[in-house]
Every structure is written in structure tokens, then in C-alpha cells.
Design a protein around this ligand. Structure first.
Ligand SMILES: [Zn+2]
Length: 236
């Protein structure tokens, strides 16, 4: 017997042929029962499940340098390379839907307990305006906007500003990186934000120098500010 289920399935198959959707990580054509990421890539993605404040390498690394409330990373940096590929596509291939995917993937992990409890603003590590103009976007925008939607905490790119364009960090060691970005940021109208709690979002934490400089700029310029850090992943 002809059923609605088969009709729907057939319709989806036709849609898939006419308008194929591609895996955000490996670019393979998605099956009708796959969304955003193919099953194979999805199996390579693993949430860290870190506590926000203890037994957590991200918190331990960053809190040794700067006075933060909480810090964590969403996904394990893994040999499968799926996270790396997603972040690469997010950063250089302008695929904002990856930011949406990351935000949706983090709902359960960041809800229990609430990572955003008591948080007033979500802000990205800012790009220098010249770099942002060249790239055309900040790769954290969609992730941040979707966190705002999900957790009802405002996302703002107008609070922290990058006024010094630093040269590439890749060939520098931790100390040189720290020195390089120390004074690269400033807070716009710090008097407006007394006592506020900020979550800084970043894609990959390596030495942590950039995100530490952002946190320090906020703590040094805003009275009684608090800072937490959320990265997509961290190279351990
Ligand atoms: Zn895939």
C-alpha cells in the first residue's frame, strides 16, 4: 500500500538529488537521515565533558595566569581531525552554519550545570578591523549569536576591541606570544560594565596567550569584572 512515509522518503530523495547537502567537515554528500555532519565524522567528534572549574586542563592552564571564574573547551582535540577540519572551514571558508552546529551541540553540556548562570555578556576574541575586513567576518559570530539565542545571554562585538594587529603567532613560544599580544586589546566604555561577568569565546586555545590578554584587559579596565572562557577546542 502506498503510504505517506514512502511518499515523504521519495520526496526527500528527490530533494537530495536536486539539492545535495554536504558534510560540514568532510564535504561528502549527506544522506537524508544525516544533518550538517555525516555519521562517520560525527563519530569522531567527542565532547570533553570537563567540569568548568576543576579536573579540567583548560581551567588549570588559564587560571594559573589570569584570575578567571570558569573555563572549558567543548570538544576534544583529536587525531580524527574532525574538529580541526570544522574549525578550519569555519575560519577560512566562511561556513557560518558550523557556528550554529557548535552552539546546538553544546546545549546539554553547558546546561548542566549552567555555564552561563550569572553571566552578563558573551564576547568573542576580537580580530583587528583590518584583518576582519580582509576575512569579511569574525568566525565566532554565528556561534556567539546562537549561544545568545539558546542561553539568553547577550552577545556583543562592541565591548572588546583589538587595536594592535599582531604578527603571526605560530612561530613564537608561549612567552613571546604573551608579550606579543599583551597590549593588543582595549575595552570600549569600561565605565558601562562595572561588576559584569563576561564569557570570552575562542576557537582553538593553544598557548592561551591571546585569550589571557583579552581576560586581563577586561579585569584591568572594568571595576569588579569577572571573566570566564569557552573555547571550541584546546590543543593539550
Ligand atoms: Zn563527514
Amino acid at each position: 500500500m502506498f503510504s505517506i512515509k514512502y511518499l515523504k522518503r521519495g520526496y526527500n530523495d528527490v530533494l537530495n538529488i536536486l539539492f545535495p547537502r554536504f558534510c560540514l567537515s568532510c564535504d561528502k554528500v549527506l544522506h537524508h537521515n544525516e544533518h550538517d555532519i555525516c555519521h562517520r565524522c560525527l563519530s569522531g567528534l567527542q565532547l570533553t565533558g570537563f567540569d568548568y572549574r576543576s579536573n579540567n586542563p583548560v581551567y588549570e592552564k588559564l587560571s594559573a595566569i589570569v584570575n578567571i571564574e570558569s573555563a572549558t573547551a567543548l570538544f576534544l582535540f583529536d587525531k580524527s581531525g574532525v574538529v580541526q577540519k570544522l574549525i578550519h572551514n569555519l575560519k577560512y571558508n566562511n561556513q557560518p552554519e558550523i557556528g550554529v552546529f557548535f552552539a546546538n551541540s553544546s546545549i546539554d553540556y553547558l546546561s548542566n550545570p549552567g555555564f552561563f548562570n550569572g553571566v552578563d555578556y558573551i564576547i568573542p576574541v576580537p580580530l583587528h578591523p583590518k584583518k576582519q575586513r580582509k576575512r569579511g567576518y569574525n568566525q565566532m559570530t554565528e556561534f556567539g549569536k546562537n549561544l545568545e539565542k539558546i542561553f539568553k545571554v547577550p552577545y556583543s562585538e562592541k565591548i572588546l576591541f583589538r587595536h594592535i594587529h599582531t604578527e603571526s603567532q605560530t612561530k613564537k613560544d608561549a612567552l613571546q606570544r604573551r608579550e606579543n599580544v599583551k597590549n593588543a586589546f582595549r575595552v570600549v566604555k569600561p565605565g558601562k560594565y562595572t561588576g559584569k561577568h563576561f564569557v570570552i569565546i575562542d576557537d582553538v586555545i593553544t598557548t592561551g596567550a591571546t585569550v589571557e590578554a583579552c581576560a586581563e584587559t577586561i579585569l584591568n579596565n572594568i571595576t569588579q569584572a569577572k571573566v570566564s572562557i569557552l573555547a571550541l577546542t584546546m590543543v593539550l
